[in-house]
Ligand binder design. Structure first.
Ligand code: SAM
Length: 293
C-alpha cells in the first residue's frame, strides 16, 4: 500500500522518526503556520497591496467558462474570485480558514460564487486529475515541503490542464525581506525549504519536472505606492503580516534585536526607493505557467 500524501510529507520532514511521531510533528508545524497566517490582518494587506496579482495570474493561465479551477493557498481569494468571475467552477483552498470570512464577503460583493475548503497544500483533499486549472498566488510557496506540494499540484491537475504559479523571487523585495528577518526567525524545521525558492525558475522547473510541458516563466513586478515612508512600511508589516509578527514575537524581550530588525526593515524599504511621500517600490515576482503532461 502506498503512503497517503500526509504520511509522505511527515516522512520527508523528519527522516528516521516513527511514522506516528512524524505525522504529529507535521500537524504541529501546520497548526503553527495556520496560527501565524491568522494573526495580524492578512486579508487587509492582500486587499491594500496585492489584490491585482490575482487577476494577473488568472489572465496568464487562462480560465474559460466551465473550467474546474483550484486555487491553492488562496487566502481571501484574490485569484479565486477573478477566476470565478470568468466563469470557472472554483474551489478556494487554504490551510487557514480564518481568512475565508473576508474572502466570502469579497466574493459576495463581487457577485462571485465559489467553494471554500480548508486544505494543506501538501495533502490536498481532492481526487487525482480533478481540476482543469490549478493556480497559486504567492501561496503554495509557503508550504514548507516543496516536493510534496509540487507533487500535489501535479496530482490534482488533469492531463492537458494548466498550472499557474506566482511567487516572490529570492532577490526581489519580499525575498529580501525574508532574508532580513532570517537572523531573528526560528530555524527552518528539518526537511523544510525557504519559501522564496519558488521564485527561482530553475527550482520550479525541477519541482514540476516532466510532470509538465510548455513551462513559461517570466519575472515581473508590482508597484507598491501605499507607504509614505520606510517606517510606515515597517509598521504596517509589524501590525498585519503574520510572518513578520511571528519574528517580532520571538525577539520581543530583546530590545536590541527589535531595534536591529526595525532598522533592517527600514533600510530595506529605503534601498528599494521608499524615501518620502509619493515614492513607490517594485516587488518582483516570478510568473510560471505550464501544461500538465
Ligand atoms: C501570502 S499568503 C497568499 C494568499 C493569497 N493567495 C494572496 O495572494 O493573497 C500565503 C497563504 O498561504 C497559506 N498557506 C501557508 N502554508 C500552507 C499550506 N501548507 N497549505 C495551504 N496553504 C498554506 C496561508 O494560510 C496564506 O493564506
Amino acid at each position: 500500500m502506498t503512503d497517503s500524501p500526509a504520511a509522505r510529507t511527515a516522512s520527508s520532514s523528519t527522516p528516521g522518526a516513527p511514522a506516528t511521531d512524524r505525522a504529529a510533528a507535521d500537524q504541529a508545524l501546520k497548526a503553527k503556520h495556520r496560527a501565524m497566517w491568522a494573526s495580524g490582518d492578512y486579508p487587509t494587506l492582500a486587499t491594500d497591496l496585492i489584490w491585482s496579482l490575482g487577476d494577473t495570474l488568472v489572465d496568464a493561465v487562462g480560465v474559460e467558462p466551465g473550467d474546474r479551477v483550484l486555487d491553492v493557498a488562496a487566502g481571501s481569494g484574490n485569484a479565486a474570485i477573478p477566476a470565478a468571475l470568468r466563469g470557472g467552477a472554483v474551489v478556494a483552498s487554504d490551510l487557514t480558514p480564518e481568512l475565508f470570512e473576508v474572502g466570502r464577503r469579497r466574493a459576495a460583493d463581487a457577485g462571485a460564487d465559489l467553494e471554500w475548503r480548508e486544505a494543506d497544500a501538501e495533502s490536498l483533499p481532492f481526487d487525482d486529475a480533478e481540476f482543469d486549472v490549478v493556480v497559486s498566488c504567492v501561496g503554495v510557496m509557503f508550504a514548507p515541503h516543496h516536493r510534496e506540494a509540487a507533487g500535489e499540484l501535479l496530482r490534482v491537475t488533469r492531463p492537458g490542464g494548466r498550472i499557474g504559479l506566482l511567487s516572490w523571487t529570492p532577490d526581489g523585495f519580499i525575498g529580501q525581506m525574508f532574508r532580513a528577518m532570517k537572523p531573528y526567525a526560528a530555524p527552518l524545521p528539518s526537511g523544510a525549504e525557504p519559501a522564496p525558492l519558488w521564485g527561482d525558475e530553475q527550482h520550479v522547473r525541477e519541482l514540476l519536472g516532466d510532470g509538465v510541458d510548455d513551462l513559461t516563466a517570466r519575472r515581473e513586478s508590482i508597484v507598491i505606492d501605499r507607504f509614505d515612508s520606510p517606517e510606515a512600511f515597517r509598521d504596517y508589516f509589524k501590525q498585519n503580516y503574520g510572518p513578520t509578527i511571528a519574528v517580532y514575537g520571538r525577539i520581543a524581550d530583546d530590545g536590541e534585536q527589535v531595534r536591529a530588525l526595525d532598522d533592517a526593515l527600514v533600510e530595506l524599504a529605503r534601498s528599494h526607493g521608499l524615501g518620502s511621500p509619493g515614492d513607490a517600490m517594485r516587488w518582483e515576482y516570478l510568473l510560471v505557467t505550464a501544461r500538465r503532461s
